[in-house]
Design a protein around this ligand. Structure first.
Ligand code: NAD
Ligand code: IPM
Ligand code: MN
Length: 345
């Protein structure tokens, strides 16, 4: 029996989380898995319920779980909160020790038309962004005054090495290439980053082809020649930005899943998008990213690769048959697309 801490969150979070749960239940039935979901307050919903975005009961449930599933958190309602929903998310990532955030983006053959870019340009796109998740500017000291504010960006060599290892290992199972992205022409943390990546590469991963790119050039290359990239390794803030950009290659941010992993098997799984306040409550949210995050949960935390494959195949088949929500030009709402995926499992 696997325990899943289940955190629907805010805005479209509960809508896409419900879709993911229905699909996980369908996969559990088909593959005879016993999944025990423990629903928890998190984010704005938790602020409303108990004044804290990451209450201690939720923290205990997460630390005791085999995996954590999150919809999305945040929204204008909590912009002025003493501790914002986003602060709870950062605290959770740190508490779980999930320093590597895997964000795959691919365009399946025949699905190029979903992209806003020309079909020839996105043909063959299949990349994995490995984003460092528990360091950098997100976690440095801050000072905040009316006339002056600072955000410290701090990285240690050990923090860079451990996430780089994840990227090199992933590359060995893929096309064997890592592009490490930094701003080493300006930032000290980026020079440390580049040196640490080079050192690990030279010591243990010479079979992997390593290149370095500056982040501004990478933002351009992701649109100009996205199919050139295999694994993209980068620090926390750059990875946040580049992954939203890359998600659009496949058609919509609503299609993009993620897995956040540390040294053990327990992971945090969430679509890369946010609470999408502009479409919340309307049944418009694309649940595919959340559903594929659930597949990653089965693969990485529960070691149920066959069930994960079945979910991914069902989503691909549904999309290939023209099913999909409005963000990718389809006629479905969140629930009807989920019905189609459940049916295919
Ligand atoms: P967002 O990702 O919520 O939305 C950006 C745009 O993408 C919007 O136009 C939205 O409608 C669209 N979109 C997002 N998800 C979609 C889906 N599943 N289907 C179709 N369209 C979708 O980003 P934002 O508006 O900048 O942020 C809103 C809130 O979400 C903020 O409070 C932010 O901090 C938070 N946020 C949370 C997470 C998370 O929980 N992991 C991630 C990103 C942003
Ligand atoms: C994401 C989000 C978060 C981040 C926010 C909500 C803290 O944008 O998961 O990509 O910046 O990491
Ligand atoms: Mn983001």
């Amino acid at each position: 029996m696997a325990m899943i801490a289940f955190l629907p969150g805010d805005g479209v979070g509960p809508e896409v989380a419900d879709a993911a749960k229905r699909v996980l239940e369908a996969a559990a039935k088909k593959f005879s898995l016993t999944l025990d979901f423990k629903d928890c307050f998190f984010g704005g919903a938790a602020i409303d319920a108990c004044g804290d975005p990451f209450p201690s009961e939720t923290k205990e449930a997460c630390l005791g779980a085999d995996a954590i599933f999150l919809g999305a958190i945040g929204g204008p309602k909590w912009d002025k909160a003493k501790r914002r929903p986003e602060a709870g998310l950062l605290e959770m990532r740190k508490a779980l020790g999930v320093y590597a955030n895997l964000r795959p983006v691919s365009v399946a053959g025949g699905m190029e038309h979903l992209s806003p870019l020309r079909e020839a340009r996105v043909k063959g796109v299949d990349m994995l962004i490995v984003r460092e998740l528990t360091g950098g500017m997100y976690f440095g000291d801050r000072t905040e005054g009316d006339d002056r504010a600072t955000d410290e960006c701090l990285y240690t060599k050990e923090e860079v090495t451990r996430v780089a290892r994840i990227a090199f290992e992933a590359a060995r199972k893929r096309k064997g290439r890592v592009a490490s992205v930094d701003k080493a022409n300006v930032l000290a943390t980026s020079r440390l980053w580049r040196n640490a990546v080079n050192e690990l590469h030279a010591a243990e991963y010479k079979d992997v082809e390593l290149s370095h790119m500056l982040v501004d050039a990478m933002a351009m290359k992701l649109i100009q020649a996205p199919a050139e990239y295999d694994v993209i390794l980068t620090e926390n803030l750059f990875g946040d930005i580049l992954s939203d950009e890359a998600s659009v290659l496949s058609g919509s941010i609503g299609l993009a899943p993620s897995a956040s992993l540390g040294d053990g098997t327990r992971g945090l799984f969430e679509p890369i998008h946010g609470s999408a306040p502009d479409i919340a409550g309307q049944g418009k949210a694309n649940p595919a990213g959340a559903i594929m995050s659930a597949a990653m949960l089965l693969r990485y935390s529960l070691n149920e690769g066959a069930a994960a494959d079945a979910i991914e195949a069902a989503v691909s088949k549904a999309l290939a048959s023209g099913r999909g929500t409005g963000d990718i030009g389809g006629e479905d709402n969140t629930a009807s697309f989920t019905d189609a995926v459940v049916e295919l499992i």
